[in-house]
Design a binder for this molecule. Sequence first.
Ligand SMILES: [Zn+2]
Ligand SMILES: [Zn+2]
Length: 416
Amino acid sequence: LSLGAGTPARADARSLNDYFRSDALLVLKCLLLQRQSPAKWAALLEMQSHEEERRGTELHVEAEKRVVSYLQQRFLGRLKKTKPNLLQDCGPELLHRLCGIIETNFMVIELPTGVELSGLFRQACMMEHACQPNCDFQFDPITQQISVRAGCNLRKGDHLRITYTNILWGTHLRQHHLRLTKHFSCRCSRCLDPTEYGTYISALACLGDVNKTCAGTHLPVDPLDENTQWKCDTCPMLVDGAYVSELQTHMTEQVDNLMAGCPSANQVELLLARLSQILHPNHFHTFNLKHTLIQLYGNETGLELGGLSSGQLERKLRLCDELYNVCRRLDPHSIKLAIYVTVILIEIAHTREEQARRAPGEGSRFLELAQARLKEAEVVLEKELESVAGKKLYDQLQKEIFECEKQMLTLTYNQK
Ligand SMILES: [Zn+2]
Ligand SMILES: [Zn+2]
């Protein structure tokens, strides 16, 4: 028996997936549990699969193509002929059910190497979802277990909530993702709030009408309805849901295309300027572009900190503040956004240190501001110390703190 020849191996992640077919292998591994561990097999089949809801969706079509017919043709069909009694059941219905179980219940776990896998956990998969979670989970590769940790102080009776989606997406995108993959509509307090805790992360700028421009903001009338109208908070203007969806899709393409090519600060600024005409400054697309920009200003060749104009330094600082405020409102305890927040805080510190170099008279004030931000980052990052990215960033942060203290000492020495 063989899985047949794969496509030629290339180095990028997508083609590795095509080559190793980990999606099909995971289903195959699940299937083999019926021989290897009847207890685990029974537990697996108890999990929700949403087979009915999946039928006819793009997920079902994809599963049919990539997993079900692939395994049937390459592997299970031959197995049936050569060893008909090896597996009791390996028909297409069961394979689709397994695909549904995996898609509905999988949790992303990270290995110490940084490789991310899909894991199925009987109890943890039952945890409640919210778009502002109060818990997060970690995978322990030694015990092979998930541990759930509170990200803030909980009161007796509080529900423990993790998140099944990306909290940096706007409500409609999160809702779409949750409906498609988990088959439910979220009704958490963030989803019910058109401003999403005052972040305006989905909001659009009002274009006014032909006669008059408007500085207002469009918000969804019913945030839970995909087809809802969007109403301006300043003028009587209403925009159709279909138009907004089309706009979102178009912008997502533009942002994704730009980001895929390691853009320069200039390219990001150009797209940002274009999108800013139709989006609220905190919209998740502009958030994404701005988070890239703060890392380019000061680091890109030709845009090193020492070479930035004071206007560019001010801009970097302003962008950092905007991003920081959005993160704080969406995730006050940095349960999901610790890495994002740490990057922002480090960039603020870099800017303050540069200001100190330029104005030695005010140097100690600027350096104290920088140091406070780095110390804050140290606390924020505690939530991420078990992840590979978190550990790496923590090492960088320690160097940043050391460099900042060194700059403080040098300044004191020079002033004596
Ligand atoms: Zn929600
Ligand atoms: Zn308006």
